[in-house]
Write a protein that binds this ligand. Structure first.
Ligand code: ATP
Length: 328
């Protein structure tokens, strides 16, 4: 179990003054300010959960992950993984963790992929059987067998990301931190990576904490979202509940064959929000009326030739979470 309790991380930043005299002053009498990267964060993540850790740029995501992996020490509060502090017991906690950063590789640039894996085997003291089983699984799920003799520097971004994911899972970590794992990848490569993440979570019960700005990642992978802004948790709950609470409406778009009478446009269960020629858009709440009820009600009055129902836009929902948690 991962547990953060009232965690604060402060950075000391030297304020740079402008101009030459300012620069000289800063050199001899630096004016320091304190920036709170994380400002009292608490949450618990149970084993086997797959959680999206979201927030706008500068919200404090990387700072949190760095404290969870023991790289940074919190200024105050407590960080525990399986009851152990990653700062006090870095070695034993690191064995339980896998970390992948989409923006930079953890692989050794000058080695072949297979050699990198051999090196990790020694670093993590992975026994032969576990190494073989895990490598076979990585070949199966990621299809990296053809890449094993390729020097890391020659791998494409998508191949490199597969290599990074395999490397992170070789020592069978119980927790995997993924920071933007699909960034810069094409549609197919993104899908492969998402399938891999789902499999690790389902088949191995790996706890997954995913930081991403890609909303398809969020929709496809994260059952629960923890949203932070300005170093504080602003939302924490199942994605489905957040959608119901923040975006309970759906849209019904109708194409008509002839212009309707204004009085025929009305329906007690929905609001007509747009009319562009023969195209009408209604907004309705899932809890008030079902899509099929609304469609049959409107079809009785209007000459409908085509229709579509649009689910709430998760992008709008997340933008709204960021907006409403930012100071005006
Ligand atoms: N080493 C540092 N020194 C000073 N301030 C820092 C340092 N690292 C982060 N910060 C500040 O802490 C806050 C949180 O930064 P952090 O990198 O954790 O955000 P993030 O959510 O990961 O952002 P992004 O999505 O852009 O990666 C920001 O205001 C940032 O400027």
């Amino acid at each position: 179990m991962i547990e953060l309790t009232n965690v604060v991380k402060e950075y000391t930043v030297i304020k740079k003054k402008s101009g030459l005299s300012g620069s000289i002053q800063s050199l001899f009498r630096p004016e320091k300010t304190i920036v709170r990267g994380v400002d009292g964060i608490s949450f618990r993540i149970e084993p086997g959960e797959m959680v999206g850790y979201l927030g706008p740029n500068g919200a404090g995501k990387s700072t949190t992950i760095k404290m969870l992996t023991g790289i940074l020490h919190p200024t105050s509060g407590s960080v525990r993984i399986g009851g152990i502090s990653p700062q006090e017991n870095r070695k034993s906690v690191v064995k339980q963790l896998g970390v992948v950063f989409g923006q930079r590789t953890q692989l050794y640039w000058d080695l072949r992929l297979g050699e990198t894996f051999e090196l990790l085997k020694r670093i993590y003291r992975i026994d032969d059987d576990t190494f073989k089983t895990n490598l076979a699984m990585m070949h199966d799920v990621l299809g990296i067998d053809q890449l094993i003799n390729t020097p890391v520097r020659q791998l494409s971004l998508g191949q490199r990301m597969k290599g990074d994911l395999a490397a992170a899972m070789l020592h069978s970590p119980s927790v995997l931190f993924l920071d933007e794992p699909t960034i810069g990848l094409d549609v197919e490569a993104k899908q492969n990576i998402r399938t891999f993440i789902k499999e690790m979570n389902m088949k191995r019960g790996t706890t997954i904490i995913l930081t991403t700005h890609d909303l398809d990642d969020v929709e496809q992978l994260c059952k629960r979202l923890i949203v932070i802004n300005h170093g504080k948790v602003v939302e924490d709950g199942p994605l489905s509940e957040l959608i119901l609470r923040m975006a309970p409406y759906r849209l019904l778009v109708l194409d008509l064959s002839q212009l309707p009478e204004p009085s025929d446009l009305r329906h007690p269960g929905a609001e007509s929000i747009k009319q562009e020629g023969l195209k009408l858009t209604y907004r309705f709440h899932k809890s008030d009326i079902s899509a099929s009820e609304l469609i049959s009600g409107l079809s009785a009055k209007l000459s409908v030739i085509d229709l579509s129902v649009k689910e709430p836009d998760i992008e709008d929902m997340i933008r709204e979470m960021y907006r409403s948690s930012s100071p005006a």
